[in-house]
Design a protein around this ligand. Structure first.
Ligand SMILES: C[S@@+](CC[C@H](N)C(=O)[O-])C[C@H]1O[C@@H](n2cnc3c(N)ncnc32)[C@H](O)[C@@H]1O
Length: 266
């Protein structure tokens, strides 16, 4: 498998371009967040348990809403993201809200060179591993930051979703990690009509690749769950069949849309 060394700079630019649009979007409901709304979903909350007093590392925190939600829940939270613009905004919002989250800007692969701490929980969610070519390298970082007995909690879109074209009409991409996927998208999932266009370089990862990467890096799997809906309305052709549960109208409950997993560091 070829690794394009430019992917970090290309993806970083794209994520930097999205930040202000996302902060202004209904999708991220900044007003609700500033007033105290939690941004975590039942899917991950069920696995996280009580986070009070826990040290949490949030990987790929974007502009930090979930990280700061952890702070509001009484955790000592640290967010990491590649986008310097997202991290700058996260720091501003954290200050405005008088919260004590900390934020670090770096590539996840490189995070052990930027952060010298161990955590009770490592968390990552919704739009994560597709940005990495090599999951063994990613899982090494997850494992590195966990104390023995620490928990890894993850919730993300199911690899089956990434096989389809944007309208879920045909199988367009490979389920397996065969090559980098280079795309020029316009708009963004949080605002389809936003006037931004950007190049992305991503990878599809089958479930076996994810689970084996964790297992071979000292993480013991406690649970793996699949859901026939997304808690976010970020795809085309969807219906909200129950409050805050979205699925593809013509596929109904036939495909998994999200998975969650809990693993413990040995
Ligand atoms: C879809 S967002 C994360 C979703 C998060 N749940 C949210 O909606 O706020 C993906 C994030 O991954 C970050 N990212 C992409 N590649 C990365 C990398 N190599 N290292 C660290 N962060 C990366 C992006 O900057 C972006 O903020």
């Amino acid at each position: 498998m070829q690794e394009n060394n430019d992917y970090i700079n290309i993806n970083k630019q794209t994520w930097n371009n999205k930040v202000d649009v996302h902060i202004a979007s209904d999708f991220y409901d900044m007003d609700g967040f500033l007033k105290g709304k939690s941004t975590l979903n039942a899917i991950e909350l069920e696995l996280l348990g009580d986070v009070k007093e826990k040290k949490i590392l949030h990987l790929q925190c974007h502009f930090g809403q979930d990280t700061m939600t952890f702070s509001r829940m009484g955790a000592k939270a640290t967010g990491v993201d590649l986008s310097d613009k997202a991290i700058d905004r996260a720091k501003e919002i954290n200050k405005k809200l008088n919260l004590d989250a900390t934020f670090v800007c770096c590539d996840i692969y490189d995070a052990p060179n930027h952060l010298n701490e161990k955590f009770d929980i490592v968390f990552t969610s919704y739009g994560t591993i597709g940005w990495f070519p090599n999951l063994d390298k990613w899982a090494k970082v997850v494992s590195h930051f966990l104390k023995p007995g620490g928990k890894f909690v993850m919730a993300d879109f199911h690899p089956v979703v990434w096989m389809f074209d944007n309208d879920f009409k045909e199988i367009f991409y490979n389920y397996f990690n065969t090559e980098e996927i280079i795309e020029d998208e316009s708009g963004t999932y949080a605002d389809r009509y936003a006037e931004i266009s950007a190049k992305t370089i991503t990878w599809n990862h089958p479930t076996s690749e994810l689970l084996n990467a964790l297992i071979t890096n000292n993480l013991e799997l406690d649970s793996f769950n699949e859901f026939d809906y997304s808690p976010y309305n970020c795809f085309n052709q969807t219906e909200e069949f129950e409050p805050n549960k979205f699925r593809v109208k013509h596929l109904k409950n036939k495909i998994p849309m999200v998975y969650s997993l809990l693993a413990t560091k040995k």
